[in-house]
Design a protein around this ligand. Sequence first.
Ligand code: Z5A
Length: 207
Amino acid sequence: MRGCFITLEGIEGAGKSTQAQLLANYLQSLGKPVHLTREPGGCRLAEEIRSLLLVPRSEGMPPMSELLLMYAARAAHVEQTIKPLLAQGTWVICDRFADSSYAYQHGGRGLALGPLDALNHMVLGDFAPDLTCIFDLPPELGLTRAHKRSAADRFEQESLSFFTRARAVFLERAKHNPNRYWIVDATQTADTIQTQLQNRLASLLQN
Ligand code: Z5A
């Protein structure tokens, strides 16, 4: 039986990585084969592209280059990691996926939606997550959490308004497809959020 593909999305510092690890532990405790992965990254080529994308650059990076690198990484990640694992029956939990390209490269950078939709279709076709969890919180709080943790990467150096636009795109996308998206208040404690997430998963676990 095919595994489930679950993506965790949200702005910087929303708690995605924390929840992804807790979720993987929970599914393993239920006896499910689980693979935890991330974007950009998740296979050798995509991890190399991740380094190119995250390192701060004095000359900047054109938004279109950024978008194409995200999808170059995603194409490899989907073909080499995600699809083969799902076909074996493994549950795949991915820290960020295509919704981040809509939030950051469209919402944040202002790239037009039409070409992004076309690129997304060219790379993914009809392939999409079974469940996308949006960890929602005010950008001020997310950035405070993230900055406490480590030095700022190229994205973390962006302005508050950049993350405000990204957040709005996540919420807008979720509104149009409530079957696939689930929005959670990420200002709550990590334990409370994990309990809510496990409850949300009940229907997927029954299938
Ligand atoms: N990007 C893009 O532009 N387009 C794309 O298509 C894709 C990505 C796929 C990847 O950065 C960057 O790539 C990302 C968007 C861009 N940059 N931004 N912004 P990344 O993977 O390095 O960073 P991230 O995805 O934003 O992750 P993050 O900063 O690690 O945040 P997080 O995973 O959501 O949070 P966390 O690591 O679980 O927690 C952050 C801190 O908060 C940590 O100290 C925790 O202990 C704490 N925490 C976690 N949960 C809580 C709760 N509930 N309460 C209090 N404190 C908490």
